[in-house]
Write a protein that binds this ligand. Structure first.
Ligand code: GLY
Length: 324
């Protein structure tokens, strides 16, 4: 189903449109007065099975925080997804290094960066949030913390990822660029039945990156931000361009200024274009949700898909984009 038709259907079947003057898209969205919930939204087509897992919790009155953690674990464990967790493409030294962040409605946050050998970095990030006085652990320290807390050390480099890396070694060309085939991060945002928001973001980062490189995904305010009074946002694409505008935080602040989630994502793409002269060579996509359960997305380039699960079902959507 075309994304706009789906949104219309969703709006007609589950929300009450206010009676204000609806002269444009933004104003129309601001007049929606009923809350759609639960809702979960996540990046790319691998978001569909991740959403379905999250829905098992959301649909049973579970918490958004538990739902986003459970949801993205599906992608982390999927060897076919070569940009997240197990099966992720390694760095230039052949090491799979993972970044992840999680955040709840009280703006509590936990993250890990450059973590090796652990299948579920998102659950380590959750433990950092729940059990330590810190928000971010990196590298060896993150690994030690995971092992101390019962996580198993595993080989995350699959035969396919190793073969791809060995082929890359033949030329060693390294040019971070448009990220349409390598579908990148999973970022997931949810609103639960009690009206609480949460978000999670997890990735193996750029293929063949320098060892130690960290992208936007574990950076609170960059690849993920949640403000329980306003909304939540997440990002996918080239982290180096996303952190230049603190994208997820920017989008939440734009929603605070009464922009709809889609409009806030679009304004963030415009800002990203202003700040990244190489914008034509990269892909970036943003997702957002507000406290009313309204969702929106915007991408720099064509090709960004995302998965939206409402009480009406789980659908893959094409994000609007700015660069023709
Ligand atoms: N957005 C993922 C990364 O740049 O690592």
């Amino acid at each position: 189903m075309h994304r706009r038709n789906f949104l219309q259907l969703t709006a007609l079947s589950s929300v009450v449109i206010g009676t204000g003057c609806m002269t444009d898209n933004r104003e129309a969205k601001q007049n929606i007065s009923a809350v759609i919930k639960p809702v979960v939204i996540s990046t790319w087509d691998h978001g569909l099975p991740a959403n379905a897992e999250a829905w098992k919790i959301l649909g049973n009155n579970g918490s958004a925080l538990d739902a986003v953690e459970a949801g993205v674990r599906i992608t982390e464990a999927d060897p076919k997804v070569d940009s997240v967790g197990y099966g992720g493409l390694p760095d230039r030294d052949g090491r799979v290094t993972l970044d992840a962040a999680i955040m709840d409605h009280n703006s509590r946050c936990g993250a890990v960066a450059c973590l090796e050998h652990i299948m579920h970095p998102i659950s380590v990030a959750r433990l950092v949030m729940d059990k330590t006085p810190h928000w971010l652990l990196v590298g060896e320290g993150a690994l030690q913390f995971a092992l101390d807390n019962g996580f198993k050390k595993e080989n995350l480099l699959t035969d396919q990822a190793k073969a791809a890396w060995e082929k890359w070694l033949e030329k060693k060309e390294y040019k971070p660029r448009i990220n349409a085939e390598n579908h990148d991060t999973i970022g997931m945002l949810a609103l639960d039945n009690s009206g609480k928001l949460a978000g999670a973001c997890t990735t193996s980062g750029l293929a063949y990156k320098m060892h130690g490189r960290v992208g936007d995904s574990p950076i609170v305010g960059g690849g993920l931000f949640v403000d329980g009074d306003v909304g939540a946002a997440t990002a996918t694409g080239l982290g180096e361009s996303i952190v230049r505008i603190a994208a997820a935080h920017l989008i939440v602040e734009l929603m605070r200024q009464r922009n709809s989630p889609e409009q806030a994502c679009k304004l963030a793409v415009e800002r990203l274009i202003q700040k990244n002269p190489n914008y034509k060579d990269i892909q970036v996509g943003f997702l957002a949700i507000n406290l009313q359960g309204q969702t929106g997305a915007y991408a720099l380039q064509k090709g960004f898909t995302y998965a939206l699960h409402t009480p009406q079902g789980n659908q893959l959507m094409d994000a609007p984009y700015l660069v023709q």
